[in-house]
Design a protein around this ligand. Structure first.
Ligand SMILES: [Zn+2]
Length: 287
């Protein structure tokens, strides 16, 4: 996939593997690069999702691929600002929702591309949230935007983001810390986790870096399978997480890491935050 597009090869491979193995999360955020590349990538993913070819998807030759290519596939929807710089308003999302409730016309999936998703106003983002919370199994949402930072936290916590360019794993030491913590979470007790977090008690920056390295490791656990290349830099831990935790637990952990990171930015008390993070992780583990 995306052979003609300037997309980070690791990201290309991760998305391609998820598509071929039918493990693509129901909501993706494609960020980074430029609008044209993001849209082209989203269109290709959409085509792959409706493709009925038997080999690698999209095959480009089946009737579904041809309809997608021609822009005439009845289950592919493009929602975008009416003009450059205009907001995507709540009505557009309500229309999306009405379509999402219906069965697809022509196959197994309905795919909604939300181009320039950062242009959704808050009302529109909140309306979208309702769909993300209880997605019908046939619905796939592809949001494109320059940066995930422009979307509401609640949206981010229910979607999987891919940076089409310049995404790299964190610093090796931070990846190691994050991987150790996540490993302890899978195999140890709450006390083990608290002990593993203890060295971070005096080091805000290290905790922050470890939290940000957790995101890609957890994301790998959600989308990767087997020996495919991991973006998070800790393929073994991602595999362990995948085998140990459910998709919901993985998403909740991503959310917890993000919340902790935000609290650090707001200058929260480090010890209290570590204790909170530890108990939140244990709660997720037991959920
Ligand atoms: Zn096809």
């Amino acid at each position: 996939m995306f052979e003609q597009l300037a997309v980070d090869p690791h990201v290309r491979r991760a998305i391609d593997d998820a598509v071929q193995q039918n493990r693509l999360p129901h909501a993706l955020i494609l960020e980074g690069s430029d609008d044209e590349t993001r849209l082209a990538a989203a269109r290709e993913i959409a085509m792959a999702l409706v493709c009925e070819g038997t080999g690698k998807k999209p095959c480009g030759v089946c009737s579904k691929c041809r309809k997608a290519e021609a822009g005439s596939h009845p289950d592919l929807y493009l929602i975008e600002p009416e003009k450059e710089g205009a907001f995507i308003k709540v009505d557009a999302i309500r229309t999306l929702k009405a379509h999402a409730l219906l069965r697809p016309n022509d196959g197994e999936k309905s795919v909604f591309i939300l181009r320039e998703a950062q242009m959704m106003n808050v009302q529109a983002q909140n309306a979208l949230l309702k769909i993300l919370e209880e997605p019908a199994p046939h619905v796939c949402l592809l949001l494109t935007c320059p940066s995930r930072a422009a979307l509401l936290e609640t949206i981010l916590s229910r979607a999987t983001a891919f940076a089409l360019s310049n995404e790299t794993a964190g610093d090796a030491a931070d990846v190691q810390t994050a991987a150790d913590l996540l490993g302890t979470l899978c195999t140890g007790s709450e006390l083990d986790l608290l002990l593993a977090l203890a060295p971070l008690q005096k080091d805000r920056d290290r905790f922050r870096a470890a939290l940000s390295a957790m995101g890609p490791i957890l994301r790998d656990a959600l989308v990767l399978q087997g020996k495919t290349e991991a973006l998070g830099g800790a393929p073994e831990q991602s595999g362990l997480l995948r085998r140990t935790l459910t998709q919901k637990q993985l998403l909740d952990l991503m959310d917890a890491a993000r919340s902790a990171s935000d609290a650090l930015d707001r200058n929260a008390n480090l010890n209290l935050l570590l204790t909170w993070f530890c108990s939140r992780c244990s709660e997720i583990r037991l959920s």
